[in-house]
Design a protein around this ligand. Structure first.
Ligand code: DQQ
Length: 546
């Protein structure tokens, strides 16, 4: 066994060989979910970018197809960058993507259509000669003009899309309209922009329902009081995905974030860890909105070349609005549960200050863990220092790690732990007492995740906007060799970590629950499962005849 393959994931989407980054153009068509992604067919670094393509019946097991879109014409000779799919009336998918036309990275927006609509795999795509559809005008920055969104259809009969970009240091989503999907006109006003945020990549704009748990089609037109809109942008500067909730005014094509929303770098994030360039789509079969993102490697380029592959996709997540209306909730798609195997349970287990309990009997390097912690009272919570930057949870976590004793917490899981605890990735909560409320910090701390040097090992963290009146906090962690993807309080705060243990690998990886605060914590309910690996199979073009 090549020793570096210990970091290959068992159930997170990745390829056996080569580089992948952004998820592109997810869509459902004739029985299959389609996932495209930025892909270098020639190596484990970002270069020669084409649209890789895989299909799945369940979002978990995949068949890899030949690349769908690759540089071949003057309008995409230097790269086929990110974009989105729209399913046009009559069940006709169409892809919009960014073509790079020269060495100066001049970017244009192109389209591609299936060569054969009767092929449910949609293996071959055509890039017609009337491309590019959209080029930047003189007022725009041609090297910051990319990543078209899924189109939505307005009541005025026009399709609308967003394209990300910037003007100087102001991040912008440009709005384009078209009646026929071919002739696009730039709107006078961008849909939205924000000063001092730099280039906006991979925008995503979609409605969420305020009633019920169904997702909505991107074009859903419902009364204003029944929906909210989400605008997500990926900020080049920090490499994180930020979003606001707000109101979309279809007549004027303007978007106004809700009053309590923070735009830009201090705003809400989909995930407080390694998670970028996410993209969502509406699943018409299960009536849900599903979102994916790229989790980059945190090792070195040399490590990637040695292992021969780089980049994974996060587990697809369903997105809903939190009943409190202030944020989104994210949860792994239910199909993931089909990979669950041996199960172990803990019930009503008390943890006193400094205590650990090992969760034995599962493959701790490839597992799904759901736990609910409870506590009797919050009197022992540490005082929240008002001088701390309330937008810098990561800094707080780096100072108050899992070994720094607290009051209520730190408590949580030690994932990918070596037997002697020389290596471990703790995912935990810490509760503070502020003036009139409690503040909950959630951390996924990579600083002790590996004995290897030269890795990126941040103390990822976010705050959790949760009501503690029932004195409970839940956590779910998907542990998969080199990734720990965690969902705090039912998906209010999510953190994805990429880690590279040297000791805590395969059967030498352990899982513990712990607390390191003065208050006793009760593991009310812990369910942990060994996870089976998902299948990613290669399908050759010539092996199937239509
Ligand atoms: N990656 C793509 C771009 C996008 C960036 C190129 C985000 O289209 O802006 O691979 O990771």
């Amino acid at each position: 066994v090549n020793v570096k393959q210990v970091y290959r994931t068992g159930f997170h989407f990745h390829l056996e060989k080569n580089w992948i980054n952004d998820p592109n153009g997810p869509l459902y068509y004739k029985g299959f979910y389609h996932l495209f992604y930025q892909y270098n067919p020639e190596g484990a670094v970002w270069r020669n970018i084409v649209w890789g393509h895989s299909v799945s019946k369940d979002l978990i097991n995949w068949k890899k197809l030949e690349p769908a879109i690759f540089p071949s014409k003057t309008f995409d000779k230097y790269g086929c960058w990110s974009g989105s799919a729209t399913v046009l009336p009559g069940n006709k998918p169409i892809i919009l993507y960014t073509g790079v036309v020269d060495e100066n990275i001049t970017e244009v927006q192109n389209y591609a259509v299936p060569a054969d609509y009767s092929d449910p795999y949609l293996r071959k795509w055509i890039k017609p000669d009337n491309n590019p559809l959209i080029v930047a005008d003189e007022s725009m920055n041609t090297t910051a003009f990319r990543d078209p969104t899924t189109a939505w259809l307005g009541q005025d009969g026009r399709w609308k899309i967003l394209v990300g970009g910037r003007r100087k240091h102001r991040g912008i989503v440009f709005l384009y309209r078209s009646r026929d999907f071919m002739n696009w006109v730039k709107a006078k006003h961008p849909l939205h922009s924000c000063a001092n945020t730099g280039n906006w990549e991979c925008p995503d704009f979609f409605p969420v329902s305020l009633h019920g748990t169904n997702g909505l089609d991107t074009s859903s037109l419902m009364e204003e009081n029944k929906i909210k809109h989400v605008l997500k942008v990926s900020l080049d500067e920090t490499r994180y995905d930020y979003y606001t909730l707000g109101t979309y005014f279809p007549q004027k094509d303007r978007y106004i974030p809700d009053k309590n929303m923070v735009d830009g770098l201090r705003g809400l994030r989909y995930d407080y860890g390694d998670f970028y360039a996410s993209k969502s789509f509406f699943d018409p079969i299960k009536k849900r909105r599903i979102m994916w993102a790229w989790a980059n490697e945190s090792d070195t380029v040399c490590d990637d070349l040695r292992k021969g592959w780089a980049g994974i996709q996060t587990i697809p997540r369903t997105i809903l609005i939190d009943p409190n209306g202030r944020q989104l909730l994210q949860w792994p798609v239910e199909e993931l549960e089909t990979l669950r195997r041996e199960k172990v349970e803990l019930r009503e287990k008390k943890l006193k200050k400094g205590e650990h309990v090992e969760v034995k009997g599962i493959t701790a390097a490839q597992a799904d863990v759901e736990v609910t912690f409870s506590f009797h009272c919050l009197d022992k919570a540490e005082k929240y220092d008002s001088s701390w930057d309330e937008h810098d949870a990561q800094k707080l976590c780096s100072q108050k790690g899992s070994t720094v004793q607290g009051g209520v917490g730190p408590f949580g899981l030690l994932t990918l732990a070596s037997h002697d605890l020389k290596e471990y990735t703790p995912v935990f909560f810490r509760i503070f007492k502020a003036n009139s409320k409690h503040v909950v910090l959630m951390c996924s701390d990579e600083s002790s995740s590996s004995l290897e040097e030269g890795l990126y090992k941040p103390s990822f963290a976010g705050f959790v906007d949760v009501d503690l009146t029932d004195k409970k906090l839940s956590l779910r962690s998907l542990i998969d060799h080199s990734v720990v993807e965690s969902f705090g309080a039912g998906g209010k705060t999510c953190i994805t970590s990429r880690v590279y243990p040297t000791l805590a690998i395969y059967e030498n990886a352990h899982l513990h629950a712990f607390t390191n605060g003065t208050a006793t914590i009760i593991i009310e309910k812990l369910d942990a499962w060994s996870m089976k690996s998902s299948r990613i199979m290669l399908i050759c073009m010539h092996s199937t005849t239509a």
